[in-house]
Design a protein around this ligand. Structure first.
Ligand SMILES: [Zn+2]
Length: 470
């Protein structure tokens, strides 16, 4: 007893010394992938082969209150303006005024009612009642998000076109969040409850990836594919990803690709926009220059905790810098990557989300062969610097916007237009308008500590994804 106590004391002492002497390990925060909200589910049990769900689980999923009438052996579940009346040993259930036949009776098992899971799919779908779905494949009942459900997609190959068709309750929420052949990413509204088909045709791989909202999928596309198109068909409740061999009109091109393998990122320059006598956007008490600096500091901490890179801020105080000053800091630090942080302002409160600006990666030369798409860059002597990094910059912008979309911090837009802050910078880079301060929703999010921290973590996710280049 005494001996073991002494051993414990020694071990504790050793641990204490280690804790004091050894530097705290820079453990990466436990968030490599976006958080995924686990849907509310309830288990299904089989009684005589019929799937049943316990009434307490049903009440929880529906957010309903139970009223038991023992003399009638009836239980009513009430939620919003809806009432569901169940009777023990009776296969009929009354939902509001409608009587439904469930194929099997409601049972009483050890004092708790068990309801045939078939009820889940028969409930009315309106905003006053949570939508339930009986997932027979995994024997569970799921409470669906407002955006509903994504079913099993079908894959067809015909005439050089490969079509991946997802049944979706909200096709209008579908979007492409990254568009390279290796990582074509789709985000769809709704919870995916289906099974993915084996790849075929121009689709080489298809897998689900985590997304904070809706469901996301990553596709790998064959080299010989010429373009893609995402078609949301609201009437038919489906979303179709079309992959074509030819770069047909109306078909989008894939993002330019870079050499495979991780990128070397030793120095990251973060450039908080504005400063000093230039406040940037001011809206509802939020000041762009202050938020940009606070975000830059958080982003520095995020990056340093998970990447082996030095982070340099163009300013770490409230002071004014010219574009040349910023470029000089970046070039002198030998930046491998520059991110200029800003917040947007719009004339309307409805406009929200993030916009990335990067040098145009695709050029249109005029007859003389010297004009570049992208406006200002054509006029300036150092235009070649950022343009040389355009493909990398575009990939960076895609990676960061994809991270924002997957975490529900969008909507996002990508503009291939030379950002003023990138002029003269000899590195891949982007200017990110992180959110709109003129949108109350965006402003509330980014002016709260947790919201700004989350934003920094998301941008770091994007930078890390770009660095890994997978
Ligand atoms: Zn700005």
């Amino acid at each position: 007893m005494r001996r073991s106590a002494a051993l414990v004391a020694v071990a504790l002492l050793a641990a204490l010394i280690l804790a004091v002497v050894a530097p705290a390990p820079a453990a990466p925060p436990p968030r490599g992938a976006p958080r995924v909200d686990v849907p509310d589910t309830a288990p299904v049990r089989r009684i005589d082969g019929t799937p049943y769900v316990a009434v307490n689980d049903l009440a929880r999923l529906l957010d309903a209150t139970k009223f038991w009438k023992p003399e009638l052996r009836k239980l009513a579940l009430r939620t919003g303006r809806h009432a569901i009346t169940l009777t023990v040993d009776d296969p009929f259930v009354v939902v509001d005024e409608t009587t439904l036949w469930l194929g099997a009776p409601v049972r009483s098992l050890r004092g708790e009612l068990q309801v045939p899971a078939a009820l889940a799919d028969s409930l009315p779908s309106d905003s006053a009642l949570a939508r339930l779905y009986y997932d027979a494949r995994r024997d569970r009942v799921i409470r669906l998000p407002a955006s509903g459900r994504i079913g099993t997609p079908t894959l067809t190959v015909a005439n050089g076109t490969t079509r991946l068709t997802f049944p979706a309750d909200r096709p209008d929420e579908a979007l492409v969040v990254a568009r390279s052949r290796e990582h074509l990413r789709l985000r769809l509204g709704g919870l995916f409850t289906g099974v993915l088909p084996a790849p075929a045709g121009l689709l080489r791989d298809l897998r689900p990836i985590p997304s904070a909202i809706g469901s996301a999928f990553e596709c790998a596309i064959a080299r010989e594919a010429g373009g893609f198109r995402l078609v949301s068909d609201a009437a038919a409740h489906r979303v179709v990803l079309e992959l074509t061999r030819e770069a047909l009109p109306g078909v989008e091109a894939f993002a330019p690709e870079s050499a495979p393998g991780p990128r070397t990122v030793r120095v990251i320059v973060i450039d908080p926009g504005h400063g000093g006598d230039d406040p940037g956007v001011i809206a509802g008490g939020a000041v762009e220059k202050d938020l940009a600096l606070a975000l830059a500091r958080l982003l520095r901490t995020e990056i340093e905790s998970r990447m082996n890179a030095r982070v340099v801020l163009t300013r770490d105080a409230d002071r004014a810098l010219t574009a040349e000053d910023r470029a000089e800091v970046a070039n002198r630090a030998r930046a491998d990557l520059v991110v200029s942080l800003h917040f947007d302002g719009f004339p309307t409160a409805q406009a929200r989300g993030a916009t990335a600006y990067c040098a145009p990666a695709t050029f249109v030369a005029d007859a003389r062969g010297d004009a570049l798409r992208g406006g200002v860059s054509a006029l300036l002597p150092w235009r070649d610097l950022p343009v040389r990094h355009a493909v990398q910059s575009r990939a960076l912008a895609e990676a960061v916007l994809s991270a924002l979309e997957l975490r529900g911090e969008g909507p996002t837009r990508l503009r291939e237009r030379m950002p003023y802050a990138m002029l003269g910078v000899n590195a891949p880079g982007m200017l990110l308008e992180c959110a709109a301060l003129t949108s109350p929703a965006d402003r509330d999010r980014v002016t709260q500590d947790a919201g700004l921290r989350e934003l920094a973590a998301t941008i770091a996710d994007g930078i890390q994804a770009w660095q890994r280049n997978q």
